[in-house]
Write a protein that binds this ligand. Structure first.
Ligand SMILES: [Zn+2]
Length: 120
């Protein structure tokens, strides 16, 4: 679901915002569309504290990536370095996606006003 951006501005203001967005749009080489989820879990040993009101094990960090309805790519990130890499890569993807989405909404508004879209 896209965030709704305010496009009830003057055409000049929309064009300025568009120029700014275009200057910010950058595809980072590490772009990653995924989520990092934190999990705590019980282990397989019946006598372990985690089965008797003790704290569960964790946190464990999983990278999850929805590929299609009901099809998820999910795996454990064991190393701190992997988790840091994932956080940064996910952030880069989301930042790009948000800027592109806002650009798209501005373009829809400009089109509605009969304005050209290809000059900035
Ligand atoms: Zn345990």
């Amino acid at each position: 679901m896209a965030r709704i951006h305010n496009t009830a501005k003057s055409t000049l203001a929309l064009r300025q915002r568009k120029r700014f967005l275009l200057s910010q749009l950058k595809v980072y080489p590490d772009s990653l569309r995924a989520s990092l989820v934190e999990r705590f879990s019980r282990c397989g040993k019946p006598n372990c504290r985690c089965h008797h009101r003790g704290d569960k094990h964790g946190p464990f960090y999983y990278l999850t990536q929805c590929l299609a309805l009901g099809k998820v790519n999910k795996f454990l990130l064991k190393e701190d370095a992997q988790q840091q890499t994932a956080r940064s890569a996910i952030q880069h993807y989301r930042q790009f996606q948000e800027h592109l989405e806002e650009l798209s909404q501005i373009n829809a508004q400009l089109l509605r006003r009969g304005e050209p879209l290809d000059n900035d």
